[in-house]
Each structure stands twice: as structure tokens, then as C-alpha cells.
Design a protein around this ligand. Structure first.
Ligand code: ZN
Length: 229
């Protein structure tokens, strides 16, 4: 069960323990961006906010972003996360609708632009809420620790993905993250990139920790952290 907090007249965040997800309402329809870790009734909660039809769009396929998936008949997801993520192993009956880089989904006077940013997962996307000048970045830009270990990650592509977001900075003023602080300044991808460069250049020390049975390197910087193989 999530705590629902209004961000503006047609945008809400759902605080679901250590993760959050969002509902954005346009003039014709609404979208749920991710569906939390412990919120199997996510669609019912969204219906209390709007009478517009609600569809589900995921920033990526990790299990902590998918708990409401079975409320929906389909999920918009980048095809690079169609396999290998919990979203498809846990909810096999849900139809997967392909998102592509650069495509625009319009909620009715509220266009959303999809930006493919592989790294945290192969199919991670950010969503630009064009008129509101806000970027929903999933796990890829945040203050917490970003998971970068295991088969579904693509750390080699992460730097280019951050650079892609930085190149678009004139189009957004803030970033909404899925973990840790919910709202970050529009230049925060620069801080995460700086931290990632330091980590990959060996300038940050790490400690070995156990995460779900995996021995991983935990890096912590002033801006964010990373868990690496
Ligand atoms: Zn997550």
C-alpha cells in the first residue's frame, strides 16, 4: 500500500517503501509510470485520482517497479527489457507493448517523449514530460545506490546514456527519481556522470557487501552510489 502525494494538479507520486512510482493525467488519458514493489492494487488507487483510462508504462523491468503489473492487460516497455527482467517472468500473461527511442506518447495536451538510456538495465528509458519540463529517470539518475551488477545491466553503455540526458538539459528543469530523494535539480545527470567517471577510473574506494547472495562492490560518492560486480 503506497502513500499518494500530489505533485501538481495532474501529477502524483506513490511512495511505496523504498521505491516510488507516478501517475500523470492528460486531457484524454493517464499513465502510471512503474507500479512499485508492494502495490498489487496500483490500478485501483489510480482510478481514485482520475476517471480517464490509465495505461502502464515502465522505466525498466526490475521487480521493484512492477508490483501492479497484473492490474493491467498490457505494459509499455522498451524491448531490450522484454527478456531477462522480473516483469516478464512474474507476469507472463501481460502483453508487452514496444517503446522506441524518441517516440512521443500523448496523454492529450501532455506529450511524453521516450529516451532510451541503457545502463541500469538494457531497456531503461527516461520519460520527458515535455510541457512540464520534467524528466522521469527511473533508477538511472538518483541519489541512492544504482544497481550495475548482473546479466540484465549494461554498464558499458551507461556513460553515453547520461551524456544523452545531459545534452537535453535545456528541455527540463527537474528530474524525478524512483529511489531516495524524489526531486532532483535538472543538472543532476552531470553529478551522476562525474561520480560514474570517478568510479570507473578507480578514483573511488569500495567495500565488498553481500546483496541478495551476490558479493558486490559498493561505491559511495557525495552525489550517488553504485553497486558493481
Ligand atoms: Zn529500482
Amino acid at each position: 500500500m503506497a502513500d499518494i502525494i500530489q505533485i501538481d494538479e495532474n501529477t502524483w507520486r506513490f511512495e511505496d517503501g523504498f521505491v516510488r512510482f507516478f501517475v500523470l493525467v492528460g486531457e484524454e488519458k493517464a499513465v502510471m509510470i512503474d507500479s512499485g514493489v508492494n502495490c498489487p492494487n496500483a490500478a485501483d488507487l489510480a482510478k481514485e485520482l482520475t476517471d480517464k483510462p490509465v495505461f502502464l508504462l515502465n522505466t525498466h523491468g526490475d521487480g521493484d517497479h512492477t508490483s501492479g503489473t497484473s492490474c493491467f492487460s498490457e505494459i509499455y516497455l522498451h524491448p531490450a527489457d522484454f527478456t531477462g527482467c522480473e516483469v516478464n517472468t512474474r507476469y507472463p500473461g501481460v502483453r508487452l507493448v514496444e517503446l522506441s527511442d524518441g517516440e512521443v506518447l500523448d496523454l492529450g495536451n501532455r506529450p511524453l517523449k521516450i529516451i532510451h538510456i541503457p545502463g541500469h538495465t538494457k531497456g531503461s528509458v527516461a520519460i520527458l514530460d515535455v510541457n512540464k519540463r520534467a524528466l522521469f529517470a527511473g533508477d538511472s539518475v538518483q541519489k541512492g545506490h544504482i544497481y550495475m551488477f548482473g546479466a540484465k545491466r549494461e554498464p558499458d553503455k551507461y556513460k553515453a546514456s547520461l551524456e544523452k540526458l545531459i545534452a537535453m538539459e535545456s528541455e527540463y528543469d527537474c528530474i524525478y527519481a524512483s529511489h531516495d530523494e524524489y526531486k532532483l535539480p535538472g543538472n543532476y545527470a552531470e553529478k551522476v556522470l562525474e561520480a560514474w567517471d570517478k568510479v570507473t577510473n578507480g578514483e573511488v574506494s569500495f567495500e565488498m557487501i553481500d546483496l541478495f547472495g551476490n558479493a558486490v562492490k559498493s561505491y559511495t560518492t557525495d552525489s550517488c552510489g553504485f553497486y558493481l560486480q
